[in-house]
Ligand binder design. Structure first.
Ligand SMILES: CC(C)(COP(=O)(O)OP(=O)(O)OC[C@H]1O[C@@H](n2cnc3c(N)ncnc32)[C@H](O)[C@@H]1OP(=O)(O)O)[C@@H](O)C(=O)NCCC(=O)NCCS
Length: 202
């Protein structure tokens, strides 16, 4: 199966490049926090063995026709601070998902990373639909969704089985190619002024 392109993306404060085993310590640092995984549906890591397994799974995804997972590097601190991916990819549609180290919350970092990945989704992967799912209790994620100008579609009841076995509702929103190219998503033009795609730096 041909691998999809996963070029390095650069924004004002961030570099997004494919996750690697070199990221293990930075990932374990935040993945072991109870503030991170439970807001995204997974159990905090208790040992770096779990982090190692996650990274290997993330890299392997590309062999099964998925775009793969970006590691988010915060340039100023030369540190890997989170991950973001386009997942559940199926030719014309996919979903976006991400997590960030709590030390870096509320600085607009995930909104900046997600803008880069949305551009990648529509202009490089040629998606027709990009969905954004979030748990209703996750106010931060809901806010990021609004800032990115996803259109709310509704609540999918009993959509997700959590790691603790609980079945929970999920909010869903989307951007379509018509929204993206038709100007409904208003941040694209300005954001591109400080955005680079680097095919050599994969
Ligand atoms: C959700 C997450 C990615 C957000 O990343 P971030 O870089 O902090 O996001 P941003 O700074 O771009 O935006 C966060 C927004 O939430 C707002 N916010 C913070 N705490 C909030 C709260 N308790 N209630 C409502 N809004 C809140 C911030 O003020 C900010 O909005 P603003 O820019 O209008 O002020 C990060 O919190 C995270 O990794 N959480 C754990 C994992 C997770 O939830 N992943 C998403 C799964 S769908």
């Amino acid at each position: 199966m041909n691998k999809l392109l996963l070029p390095r993306l650069e924004t004002k404060r961030l570099i997004l490049k494919e996750i690697s085993l070199l990221d293990i310590d930075d990932i374990f640092e935040y993945a072991s926090s109870p503030l991170v995984g439970p807001n995204a549906g997974w159990k905090p890591h208790v040992s770096t063995d779990e982090t190692d397994e996650f990274i290997k799974y993330a890299i392997k995804k590309r062999e099964y026709g998925q775009p793969g997972i970006y590691a988010i590097h915060y340039k100023e601190h030369n540190k890997m601070v989170g991950t973001i991916e386009i997942h559940t990819y199926k030719e014309y549609k996919a979903e976006i998902g991400f997590v960030l180290s709590p030390n870096y919350w509320n600085k607009g970092i995930m909104t900046e990373a997600a803008k880069a990945v949305i551009i990648y989704g529509f202009e490089i992967l040629h998606l027709s639909r990009l969905a954004y799912g979030y748990f209703l209790f996750n106010e931060r994620s809901k806010r990021v969704c609004e800032k990115l100008e996803f259109t709310f579609e509704g609540i999918l009841r009993n959509k997700f089985k959590n790691y603790d076995g609980k079945i929970i509702d999920e909010g869903v929103a989307s951007i379509t190619k018509e929204d993206y190219f038709g100007g409904k998503v208003t941040w694209v033009k300005e954001f591109k002024q400080a955005f680079k795609v680097d095919y050599e730096g994969i």
